[in-house]
Design a binder for this molecule. Structure first.
Ligand SMILES: Nc1ncnc2c1ncn2[C@@H]1O[C@H](COP(=O)(O)OP(=O)(O)OP(=O)(O)O)[C@@H](O)[C@H]1O
Length: 315
């Protein structure tokens, strides 16, 4: 199937000479949830802004369902809903009118029933006649989501949707994301909450210094890069390990009380059965055994912070 968004050699150099995107190539599949992960300043917002036409690219091309996002801006933009990171709303308009007006900007006929449905889903319905300036920050964020959905877009961009929002909104947001996904909407989100990406995304793209480091199915990424460890606790501390374990990636810790074996969980033979036999033969009695698996967060930190000092994390 054709990608719904096709990005080719996309670069952005800001007026001050800073290169925020460097020849990005990325295909976004129809109906997927793609999480864009990257440290602060990696270029996530610039990428989203360039695709949605808020920022102009320095070179390269973006096709949105076949429409060039510059030459056929209206056709491309029509397909896209964007929930920006910043609260960008007027003050005196009412909730309902703001959302309805945004729909009108896309050249669509008013549809109060549809708009009211969105407002209900976002717990904004009883505030529909309130002026925006009367709303709390969380409620304003809900209005931004309602605006983004006002023209029933086929593609939804969420830039840091849950940064600083309360638990209720986070839950509502994932409910909406799931409903949209079930109806075939493609969703691209940036997040600092890696466990969120781990939970909701189908694919993960890691971006660093304006370059895509990798883009991969989440489950494959975790299998490929995720290491599994078997942790064995002994009944008695061990002075060292027998030679029979020389071929194993094992280490002793905790004053000889704990052995850790790192293995590839995707391999046909993990070596665990043999290892257990060898430990038994060596007379090493076990008190406890458990396994641990590296999370997407471990993988991400390893990837992104290779050869550079640890950057700031969560916004
Ligand atoms: N208008 C601008 N002019 C010059 N540099 C800019 C401009 N906007 C962003 N940048 C720089 O481009 C880089 C990428 O910024 P961007 O906001 O895209 O990153 P991000 O990955 O979204 O970061 P964060 O996670 O902090 O939101 C940063 O170094 C930023 O300082």
């Amino acid at each position: 199937m054709d990608p719904i968004i096709s990005i080719k050699a996309l670069s952005k150099v800001y007026d001050n000479g800073f290169a925020a995107l460097n020849k990005i190539d990325l295909d976004i599949h129809r109906g997927e949830i793609l999480a864009l992960l990257g440290p602060n300043g990696a270029g996530k917002t610039t990428l989203i802004s360039t695709i949605t036409g808020i920022v102009s690219a320095s070179s390269g091309q973006v096709l949105v369902d076949g429409h060039d996002n510059v030459k056929e801006y209206r056709a491309a933009r029509q397909l896209i809903g964007l929930v920006p990171q910043e609260l960008t709303l007027g003050a005196f308009e009412t909730v309902f009118n703001t959302v309805s007006f945004t729909r009108g900007l896309f050249g669509l006929k008013p549809d109060p029933e549809y708009i009211n449905g969105i407002l209900k889903e976002l717990s904004l319905y009883d505030k529909r006649d309130n002026q925006l300036r009367m709303l709390s920050g969380g409620m304003k964020r809900r209005v931004l989501i309602a605006k983004a959905l006002s023209h029933a877009p086929r593609i939804l961009f969420l830039d840091e949707p849950t940064a600083g929002v309360d638990v209720e909104l986070r839950k509502d947001m994932w409910k909406i994301v799931n409903r949209l996904r079930d109806s075939g909407v493609t969703i691209i989100l940036t997040t600092h909450y890696i466990e969120e990406a781990e939970e909701v995304a189908d694919r993960v793209a890691v971006i660093r210094r304006g370059e895509i480091l990798l883009v991969e199915e989440k489950t494959q990424l975790m299998q490929k890069l995720g290491k599994k460890q078997l942790v064995v606790e002994f009944k008695q501390a061990q002075d060292g390990l027998p030679d029979s374990l020389n071929d194993y990636d094992v280490s002793l810790s905790d004053n000889g009380n704990v052995l850790t074996y790192t293995y590839d969980a995707t391999a046909d033979a993990t070596g665990i059965t043999k290892l257990m036999l060898l430990l038994n033969e060596a007379g090493m009695s076990l008190k406890d055994v458990r396994t641990t698996q590296s999370s997407l967060e471990d993988i991400f930190v390893n990837l992104v912070h290779q050869d550079e000092p640890i950057a700031e994390t969560a916004a």
